[in-house]
Design a protein around this ligand. Structure first.
Ligand SMILES: [Ca+2]
Ligand SMILES: [Ca+2]
Length: 459
């Protein structure tokens, strides 16, 4: 059961996501078992792990022997579970508790009843973990210190929110609580971040479009705006979208993707057909795959008016919607029971329509304004820095010019000096030759030559 869902995702985020999803799958309605959940976090993924990609930098400083789940607290988690499993009271409680209890932290309170020697061991584990974290922080600090950089201590500590730093010595109820919440938050934040990323993407797209319009003359701008409106209309013009998770929607998959007779539609058969990994649950990926037919009605990668990133956002919206309606125990999985229950509801048989993405603006005017202001501020900062650099360069140019001028001046001075020097040395020779001739008029040539030869030695 544990190895069925490691399907080969490579990127870090997807990997953590799959890991966590796999672990949540362990919470079947028949056995809400925290031990299995936590164990699954640690144990379920040897198949598709690319260790070079999943290890966060801090983790690399650790013992290479630890099983790397992509979660920074995996070893700690494993050891905690090891010891909790050994306590008969805690073990029994696990089997008799439900999901809400676990999320509310009621299970963590059971720790109060855990027998003394297990508690002592947990305390020791916590001390070890705190020490390990301290060492990591110290190492990181040293590394950064060497480069002359300062380290954000608080940010580093925040990476380890599963530990109560105010009490580093004993393992408390709160610690188990933190472990559970930390894992749950990782998952919930994942969808939230995807929505935020998408919103920014859409706002950037709109901003770019508006900026482009500014560069055009009146006529071209009008043409461009008309084209934009036309594409928008074209995109919105598509066949009716079935309400995700409704009978109409599933029947269409049954008929078109599975090639079965719509009159034979049977929810249980449908469930088994699309539980692709056969673990008895629809996970998020399996659910999302069911919406491909609907999405293809709206999005075509060869059409200019269809943005495939928007298609993925729509897919996410559909999955979240169905999960909200069908996943009653909130374990992020749809069990067969949950599915069958949903197919008996009125909304399944007579669903409302589905409002697609373009009918639900992703951002408000206010948000776009703020986004653009933020961009403008960033641009302004960049401009200031550019101006600053330009000024520095001008100053350097000016200094260089000055230096050049000084060099030229110096050169001229040197040339002038040399010129003066040659004037001082050569003219006397010419002046003295005639005077020698004058002194000795009529004298023979050899005589005057001899006299000339002596001249340099006198000067
Ligand atoms: Ca499944
Ligand atoms: Ca469920």
């Amino acid at each position: 059961m544990r190895t069925t869902y490691a399907q080969g995702e490579n990127s870090n985020i997807e990997f953590i996501y799959t890991t966590l999803r796999g672990s949540f799958r362990m919470w079947g309605p028949s056995h809400f078992c925290l031990i299995f959940f936590l164990w699954a976090c640690l144990d379920a993924l040897p198949v598709a792990v690319d260790k070079t990609k999943v290890s966060p930098p801090v983790e690399e400083l650790e013992s290479p022997k630890s099983v790397d789940t992509g979660l920074h607290y995996d070893r700690y988690l494993r050891e905690v579970i090891d010891f909790l499993e050994k306590d008969p009271h805690f073990r029994e409680k696990l089997h008799n508790t439900d999901m809400e209890d676990i999320k509310q932290g009621n299970l963590a309170k059971e720790l109060d009843f855990v027998s003394h020697h297990v508690r002592t061991k947990l305390d020791e584990l916590k001390r070890q973990e705190v020490n390990r974290l301290r060492t990591l922080i110290k190492v990181k600090q040293d590394i950064n210190g060497e480069k002359g950089m300062t380290v954000d201590h608080q940010a580093l500590l925040k990476q380890f929110e599963h530990l109560n730093h105010m009490n580093p010595h004993t393992f408390e109820v709160e610690d188990l609580d933190r472990l559970i919440k930390s894992a749950t938050n990782d998952l919930e934040n994942f969808d939230k971040e995807r929505h935020e990323d998408f919103k920014r993407y859409e706002m950037a797209k709109e901003h770019e479009r508006k900026e482009h319009l500014k560069t055009l003359d009146e006529e071209a701008r009008k043409k461009e705006e008309e084209h934009y409106e036309e594409m928008k209309k074209k995109h919105a013009d598509h066949p009716k979208i079935n309400h995700p998770g409704s009978q109409d929607q599933l029947k269409e998959v049954w008929e078109e993707a599975d090639g079965l007779d719509p009159n034979d539609f049977d929810p249980k058969t449908f469930f088994n057909l699309h539980d692709t990994n056969g673990d008895g649950y629809f996970d998020e990926q399996e659910l999302e795959a069911l919406f491909t037919k609907e999405l293809e009605k709206v999005y075509d990668p060869t059409h200019e008016e269809d943005d495939m990133l928007e298609m993925e956002e729509e897919r996410l919206r559909m999955r979240e919607h169905v999960m909200n309606e069908v996943d009653t125990n909130r374990d992020r999985l749809v069990s067969l029971d949950e599915f069958i229950t949903a197919t008996n509801r009125k909304e399944f048989l007579e669903p409302d329509g589905w409002e697609t993405l373009e009918q639900n603006p992703v951002y408000t005017d206010e948000e776009l304004r703020e986004f653009e202001e933020h961009l403008a501020r960033e641009e302004q900062d960049l401009n200031l820095r550019t101006n600053d650099l330009m000024k520095q360069r001008e100053e350097l140019d000016r200094q260089q010019e000055q230096l050049n001028a000084q060099k030229m001046e110096l050169q001229r001075a040197v040339e002038h000096m040399e010129h003066l020097k040659t004037q001082k040395t050569e003219p006397p020779v010419q002046a003295k030759v005639p005077s020698a001739v004058e002194i000795l008029p009529g004298d023979s040539q050899p005589m005057s030559q001899g006299h000339q030869q002596d001249l340099p030695s006198h000067s």
